[in-house]
Write a protein that binds this ligand. Structure first.
Ligand SMILES: CC(C)(COP(=O)(O)OP(=O)(O)OC[C@H]1O[C@@H](n2cnc3c(N)ncnc32)[C@H](O)[C@@H]1OP(=O)(O)O)[C@@H](O)C(=O)NCCC(=O)NCCS
Length: 187
């Protein structure tokens, strides 16, 4: 799959060289296929406290509005992003974005984010949104995602989405983050 992205020196350094070939190991992205179902569920369970059931993943593969992008290192799937196209409102939403625990903090999440933003832009969409459970918006907490998104150009948008998620047996509010796909990043 074409990503239109080049790898930064940092991401190449992060993974070093393949012992057998001596080549730099660089992550790539590709569209997930039906044969990836096991990997998708595996990565999701490890990344989320509220993983999707297998049926949901199956439905997504048949949903023409949804795109499932895998990050792979050599051939190993190490991260996944699911995003949805909403052309009527020129908007895209990230429904899932996670990196396998062993690969966190090495640029895979940022790489996936930039890849899907680029794809959404190519589809003529103007804004990317992500809805995050309130429980993942406590700066300083190990599970915090809010600072990660803010650092990558996203802003928090009101109103708070009341009872948007169901986690740990109870309802939980959602915080919406958005980032423009046009303007400066287009230049
Ligand atoms: C949010 C998430 C996708 C980020 O993925 P990632 O591959 O770790 O992302 P990156 O490597 O690009 O960036 C991680 C940041 O944490 C830092 N970091 C360092 N060590 C780390 C570690 N062991 N684990 C996580 N982050 C680490 C990195 O330096 C980087 O810092 P920066 O924001 O100052 O650049 C990942 O933490 C995750 O899967 N979270 C659980 C699922 C989730 O909540 N997703 C949110 C959807 S928006």
């Amino acid at each position: 799959m074409k990503t239109g992205l080049t790898h930064s020196v940092e991401i190449i350094k992060a993974f070093g060289q393949d012992n057998r070939t001596g080549y730099n190991m660089v992550p790539a992205t590709r569209l997930a296929q039906l044969g990836d179902m096991h990997s998708l569920v595996d990565i999701d369970i490890k990344g989320y406290d509220y993983p999707w059931p297998l049926e949901k993943w199956r439905d997504l593969t048949e949903d023409p509005t949804c795109v499932i992008v895998l990050a792979v290192l050599q051939v190993e799937p190490v991260g996944v992003c699911v995003w949805q196209k909403r052309p009527a409102v020129k908007e895209a939403e990230i429904l899932r974005l996670t990196t396998k625990p062993a690969y966190k903090g090495r640029g895979i999440g940022s790489f996936l984010l930039r890849t899907v933003e680029s794809e959404a832009r190519e589809n003529g969409l103007q804004e990317m949104i992500v809805i995050v459970p309130e429980l993942k918006c406590f700066p300083g907490h190990p599970d915090d995602v809010s600072q990660w998104l803010l650092k990558r150009g996203y802003r928090a948008v009101k109103p708070i989405l009341t009872n948007h998620f169901y986690m740990y047996g109870s309802k939980c509010d959602g915080f919406k983050f958005a980032s423009s796909l046009i303007g400066e990043k287009d230049a």
